[in-house]
Design a protein around this ligand. Structure first.
Ligand SMILES: [Zn+2]
Length: 339
């Protein structure tokens, strides 16, 4: 089958890869309906993480073709969505809603779902079946649920976005934009988006942003303070993962407020004295997307949200290298690969 392999930073190819097979009795094999490129795939692409002939991709939707003998709930022919961590959904950590830390978790990125087919471990725990075969126009939104929507949703929950709250969002990539959508769905009163790109500002507003701040760093923090009577936001989403973004998030939060951070952290070091004096709650990390999938799939199925709008470039799988280039050069926010 065809699948993406990153040979080295900046060198993405679509190769013939071995067909996936059932390895564990709890596995399923899916045929992907679509896959996509994640902002986190850019870290190795840019040489910020080591990479050597790595299979790529951890987001997936598709149709189940085969299940192992111990799979009970997922059936051949189901259309399914799953998160980037395979999880049993039964251990104590999963039952507490933290499936990204399942004691049996498997990182889908090690399997590589930028491909025609893929093995999904722990199929009953990992996969959520849609109520039926989706209309083709729903596939981008279901695809978004696999990671970027679920991650933005977790960030908004971790930041305690809700009625009466002012939410600020650091990062105008797909996760930040969908954090705005999540904050709006959770009932936030005011949503401040940090963005300096006109197209992303427009989508931020469409998803529910009420204010746009173009300044970054401490100038951006000052603008948020101006907009909130000098107090800072109640809830701040950090969806970048850099030192500047994390400090911008913490400094934009009022005392007693909440930071939800989901940008994959790269060399972030929070000064202890500043953390001590900030008086804010900080929660984040790899999102337990599986916790939210049933609710998100239903919202998409009922056409109440349209997170698929974050995909602004669609390419066939064989042109994945172009997709990586476009996201690296920021000419695309998020790339959908058709299979
Ligand atoms: Zn578990």
């Amino acid at each position: 089958m065809r699948g993406v392999v990153m040979y080295a930073p900046g060198d993405v190819r679509v190769d013939d890869r071995p067909e996936p097979a059932i390895l564990e009795p709890t596995d399923a094999i899916i045929r992907l309906s679509a896959t996509c490129i994640c902002g986190s795939d850019l870290w190795p692409y840019r040489g910020a993480e080591p990479v050597d002939h790595q299979v790529m991709g951890h987001e997936y939707v598709g149709v189940v073709e085969e299940v192992g003998p111990q799979v009970r709930n997922i059936k051949v022919g189901d259309f399914v969505v799953g998160s980037f961590w395979a999880s049993d959904n039964t251990c104590e950590i999963c039952r507490a809603g933290y499936q990204a830390y399942c004691v049996h978790r498997v990182l889908m990125g090690t399997i590589g779902t930028q491909s025609e087919r893929a093995r999904v471990p722990l199929a009953d725990g990992t996969l959520v079946a849609t109520p039926g075969m989706p209309d083709p126009d729903l596939i981008p939104s279901l695809m978004a649920a696999s990671d970027v929507l679920g991650t933005g949703w977790f960030a908004a929950v971790a930041a305690q976005a809700g009625p009466g709250k002012t939410v600020a969002v650091v990062g105008d990539g797909a996760v930040g934009l969908l954090g705005i959508l999540a904050a709006k769905q959770l009932g936030a009163e005011r949503i401040i988006a940090f963005s300096r790109h006109a197209d992303r500002q427009a989508l931020a507003k469409e998803f529910g942003a009420t204010d746009i701040v173009e300044e970054r760093g401490d100038h951006g923090v000052a603008r948020v303070k101006d907009l909130t009577g000098g107090l800072g936001a109640h809830s701040v989403i950090e969806a970048v993962g850099t030192q500047e973004a994390m400090m911008q998030a913490i400094r934009s939060t009022r005392p007693g407020g909440h930071v939800g951070f989901v940008g994959v952290s790269h060399d972030v070091a929070i000064p202890g004295d500043e953390l001590f004096m900030a008086g804010v709650h900080i929660h984040g990390g790899p999102a337990p997307v599986r916790q939210y999938l049933p609710e998100l799939v239903q919202l998409i199925w009922d056409r109440k949200i349209d997170p698929g709008k974050v995909f602004d470039l669609v390419l066939p799988l064989d042109r994945a290298a172009e997709g990586y280039r476009a996201m690296d050069q920021r000419t695309a926010t998020k790339v959908l690969l058709t299979v």
